[in-house]
Design a protein around this ligand. Structure first.
Ligand SMILES: Cc1ncc(COP(=O)(O)O)c(C=O)c1O
Length: 406
């Protein structure tokens, strides 16, 4: 199957600071385009007026990226005391950081509280009791489970309680001297349907009504992450093409509905991870080798091995395809090959049913640009699996906006 090398909705065409940096790199590196990330942040703020952004820093815990977002006014969703400390180093006030992980030890809570964080996610009475003991008086928001349907990664099992548990979890928080301050959902990462948000708003509405009946009036609704990257391809190499405009329409309508339904209009938070950074990061990798061999069934298969893969930059390569560009061979001729990373591990490969069009004449050492891998790429790199250490990174752009930051 021959496939387009690039999606039209991505920033891969034409000249850009990102492409210039990829072209200038003589060695493998991850490049982040801070201005692109800034534009994405501003576009999101204009699409969802009234929603406060708390960047899910797990998607890209790179100091320069966090600093740039902080200057633009973003806060942070942190998953550990270590992330809280990193977020604070950007200079944001602790009030702009929440501890969004429902999984935390007593020690984690103590440390987060000492660092000044007062907003904690929760989903169980046990976690509520621990927060009350180690962060007395803190504000808690209850994460409600969603089905995760429609997402490439549904986060449904590990996080969130059933809607019917919400009143008892937040009731226990109130009884323990905490502030039952809010609700949160996450529709699943790389969510592909607007309907998932419609469902989440139905759940939020029903929970708000149940809480209001018990005299609990949350002041914040956290809409979580899940907004998609636009430039990645599915496992077969087809553009994913998520209905982003439809998602924003549903989210705006949902916010309006909840404002009218709660006893006092709540504030809204949103925790985008991949949507802000995925399409504004790319890797300059190189070709390890293009090979051709027969499979056991007698068919011939070409393989393109890259210098980076699942364990050093392309963690999500088993669920999707990153678009590849071969700057030294733009015009082919091409062959269809399975793309794989450099390790001795068979998971380190694109799905076999989605061969990629690669230049027949490409040789070991030639550059390959891997697009739309600014999210969960560097962050998931192993410390040295098979000896492959994490890639260095470079940031381009990011001059402080005129007039200063937040
Ligand atoms: C609590 C929380 N918020 C936000 C996110 C970001 O999700 P995404 O990258 O899909 O926007 C995650 C991702 O795992 C998360 O766990």
């Amino acid at each position: 199957m021959s496939l387009p090398a690039q999606s039209v909705r991505s920033p891969a065409h034409g000249r850009s600071a990102l492409r210039d940096a990829l072209a200038a790199a003589a060695e493998d590196t991850v490049v982040y385009d801070l201005d692109g990330i800034g534009r994405q942040y501003s576009a999101l703020c204009s699409e969802l007026p009234g929603a406060l952004v708390r960047f899910a820093m797990k998607a890209c815990p790179v100091d320069e990226v966090l600093g740039h977002l902080a200057r633009l006014g973003s806060g942070f969703d942190a998953a550990s005391p270590q992330e809280i400390a990193q977020a604070l180093r950007t200079g944001v006030a602790p009030e702009l950081i929440h501890y969004g992980n429902t999984v935390k030890s007593d020690r984690d809570i103590v440390r987060a509280h000492r660092l000044g964080v007062r907003d904690f996610a929760t989903d169980s009475p046990q976690d509520v009791a621990a927060i009350a003991a180690h962060a007395p008086g803190a504000r808690v928001f209850c994460r409600i489970a969603t089905s995760g349907a429609g997402a490439l990664w549904g986060l449904s099992r590990k996080f969130g309680c059933a809607p019917e548990d919400v009143p008892s979890v937040l009731g226990a928080a109130r009884d323990a001297g905490l502030v039952p301050s809010g609700l949160s959902v996450h529709v699943g990462s790389q969510q592909m349907t607007a309907g998932a948000w419609a469902e989440a708003f139905d759940t939020l509405a029903a929970s708000l009504e149940a809480l209001n009946r018990r005299g609990i009036v949350p002041d914040r609704i956290n809409l979580g992450g899940g907004l998609p990257a636009l430039g990645v391809l599915d496992r077969r190499g087809r553009p994913l093409d998520p209905p982003l405009d439809g998602m924003f329409t549903v989210i705006r309508a949902g916010m309006e509905r909840l404002r009218g339904l709660n006893a006092a209009p709540p504030a809204f938070l949103i925790e985008p991870g991949r949507h802000l950074v995925a399409d504004h990061g790319a890797i300059r990798a190189h070709v390890a080798r293009l090979t051709s061999r027969h499979r056991l069934d007698g068919t011939r298969e070409d393989w393109l091995y890259l210098s980076c893969g699942k364990f050093n930059g392309l963690y999500e390569m088993d669920q999707l395809q990153y678009r590849l560009e071969f700057p030294t061979h733009p015009a082919g001729p091409f062959t269809d090959a399975v793309v794989a990373g450099p390790t001795c591990d068979s998971d380190d490969a694109y799905a076999p049913e989605g061969p990629v069009r690669v230049p027949r004449a490409i040789s070991s050492g030639e550059p390959v640009w891997v697009h739309s891998c600014g999210a969960y790429a560097a962050a998931y790199a192993t410390a040295g699996f098979n000896g492959f250490t994490p890639l260095p990174y470079t940031c381009v752009g990011g001059a402080a906006p005129v007039g200063g930051g937040a």
